[in-house]
Design a protein around this ligand. Structure first.
Ligand code: NAD
Ligand code: TYD
Length: 351
C-alpha cells in the first residue's frame, strides 16, 4: 500500500533548517514537485539553526504556511495537525550537531526524543496516513575500515546526538508495532549542499578558507564520512513518503566515502587556497571512525539512487557559498536572528 497520488496536506517539521528548507523548496517546485502537495505547513521553533531567510523565496506561495513553534508543545502540535487537515508528516526538526550534544545533551533529549513522542501521539490521535522519521546513519555507531551499514545493522549510537536520534527511531518503531501506526524511518549519511549552517564541516571550512582562517581538522583527519548531496537525500525522503512501507527502515547514502583530510585538501584546491590553512586540533570525544551506507534497499524498493557526484556537487556547493557571502555573514554575526522580526514583526504566525 502506498500513499495515494492525490495532492496531500503535508506537515514538515524543522523546515527552516538545512535539509528541511531544501525539501520544502523541492516540494513546491512548480515544474516537477517531489510530492504532489495541496499545502505544506512548516512547524519550526527557529532555534539558532533555523533561519526563515532560507525560504524567503517561497514565503509568498499560497500553498505554504509557516508556524513558529516547538514540536514538544502538545497543544500546538495537535492544533496544527487539526486546523490544517494534515495527511502526512515529514519530521526533520532536531538538534543536529554532534559537537553541541557533547557540550550539553539536554536540548537533544528534549527535542529529539520528547518532541518526537509528542508528534507521534498527536499524529496518531488525528490519524495521519504517513509519518516519516528523518534519521541518520550515526545511530548504527562506527565502522572499521571495511563494511557498510545496512537496515539490519544493530543500533549502537556513540554520541548523545546519535543516542537521541536512535531513541526517537525506536519510539517510531514501537508505535508501528503497538498501534499499527504508519511510521517509516529513513537513515541518511552526511549531507552537503546549499543552506547548511556553517558549524558543520563543509560550510565551516569553506567559510574559514575564504577568510584565510585555519581549518580545524579533528585528530589525524583519517575519519571517513559518506557524503550525499542534500537534493538526493530529499528525493529519497519523498520516495519513502510516497512508496515506503510502514514499519520499514530505508538507508540513503551517496556511495562517496572521503577521509576528512582528503576532503579538506580537495576543498582548498577548489577555493584556490593553500594547504597551510589546515590545522590539526584535539580530536572530538568519542569520534566515530567511519560511516558508510549500503543503500541497495532504497534503490530496489523505492526506485531511488543518488544522482549528484560528489566532485560536481561540492564544486556547485562551493560556488553557492561564494555567491551567498551575505547569507553566511549574517549567520556568523547572529543577525539572522533578527530576520524574523524584521520580516514578519513580533506577532505574525505566533500560535
Ligand atoms: P538543522 O540543524 O539545519 O535544522 C534543524 C531545524 O529544526 C532548525 O530549523 C530548527 O529551528 C528546528 N528545530 C529544532 N528544534 C526544534 C523544536 N523543538 N521544534 C521545532 N523545530 C525545531 O538540521 P539538518 O541538518 O537540516 O537536519 C534535519 C534532520 O535530518 C535532523 O533530524 C537530522 O537528524 C537529520 N539528518 C541530518 C543529516 C545531515 O547531514 N545534516 C544527515 C542525516 C540525517
Ligand atoms: P560534522 O559535519 O560535524 O558531521 P558529523 O559529525 O555528523 O559526521 O563532521 C564531519 C566530520 O568532520 C567528522 O568526522 C568530524 C569532522 N570535523 C572536523 O574535523 N573539524 C570540524 O571543525 C568539524 C565541525 C568536523
Amino acid at each position: 500500500m502506498s500513499l495515494t497520488q492525490k495532492a496531500i496536506n503535508l506537515l514538515v517539521t524543522g523546515g527552516c533548517g538545512f535539509i528541511g528548507s531544501n525539501f520544502i523548496r523541492l516540494l513546491l517546485d512548480r515544474h516537477s514537485p517531489l510530492v504532489p502537495v495541496r499545502s505544506v505547513v512548516n512547524l519550526d521553533k527557529l532555534t539558532y539553526a533555523g533561519n526563515l531567510e532560507n525560504l524567503a523565496d517561497i514565503a509568498d506561495d499560497s500553498r505554504y504556511r509557516f508556524v513558529r513553534g516547538d514540536i514538544a508543545d502538545t497543544e500546538l502540535v495537535r492544533r496544527v495537525l487539526e486546523e490544517n487537515r494534515i495527511d502526512a508528516v515529514v519530521h526533520f526538526a532536531a538538534e543536529s550537531h554532534v559537537d553541541r550534544s557533547i557540550l550539553d545533551s539536554s536540548p537533544f533529549i528534549q527535542t529529539n526524543i520528547v518532541g518526537t513522542q509528542v508528534l507521534l501521539d498527536a499524529s496518531r490521535a488525528v490519524g495521519v496516513d504517513r509519518f516519516v522519521q528523518v534519521s541518520t546513519d550515526e545511530v548504527y555507531g562506527s565502522l572499521g575500515e571495511e563494511g557498510f551499514f545496512t537496515e539490519q545493522t544493530p543500533l549502537a549510537p556513540n554520541s548523545p546526538y546519535s543516542a537521541s536520534k536512535a531513541s526517537a527511531d525506536l519510539l517510531v518503531r514501537s508505535y508501528y508495532h503497538t498501534f499499527d501506526f504508519p511510521g517509516i524511518i529513513t537513515r541518511c549519511s552526511n549531507n552537503y549542499g546549499p543552506y547548511q549552517f556553517p558549524e558543520k564541516l563543509i560550510p565551516l571550512f569553506i567559510s574559514n578558507a575564504r577568510n584565510d582562517r585555519p581549518l580545524p581538522v579533528y585528530g589525524d583527519g583519517k575519519n571517513v564520512r559518506d557524503w550525499i548531496h542534500v537534493s538526493d537525500h530529499c528525493a529519497g525522503v519523498a520516495q519513502a513518503l510516497l512508496q515506503g512501507r510502514p514499519g520499514e527502515v530505508y538507508n540513503f547514502g551517496g556511495r562517496s566515502e572521503w577521509r576528512n583530510i582528503e576532503l579538506t585538501e580537495f576543498l582548498l584546491d577548489l577555493l584556490g587556497k593553500p594547504k597551510s590553512l589546515i590545522q590539526y586540533v584535539k580530536d572530538r570525544l568519542g569520534h566515530d571512525l567511519r560511516y558508510a551506507i549500503d543503500c541497495s534497499k532504497a534503490e530496489s524498493e523505492l526506485n531511488w539512487s543518488p544522482q549528484v557526484t560528489f566532485k560536481q556537487g561540492l564544486k556547485e556547493t562551493v560556488d553557492w557559498y561564494l555567491e551567498h557571502e551575505s547569507w553566511c555573514a549574517r549567520i556568523l554575526s547572529g543577525d539572522y536572528r533578527n530576520y524574523y522580526y524584521q520580516q514578519y514583526g513580533e506577532t505574525l504566525n505566533q500560535e
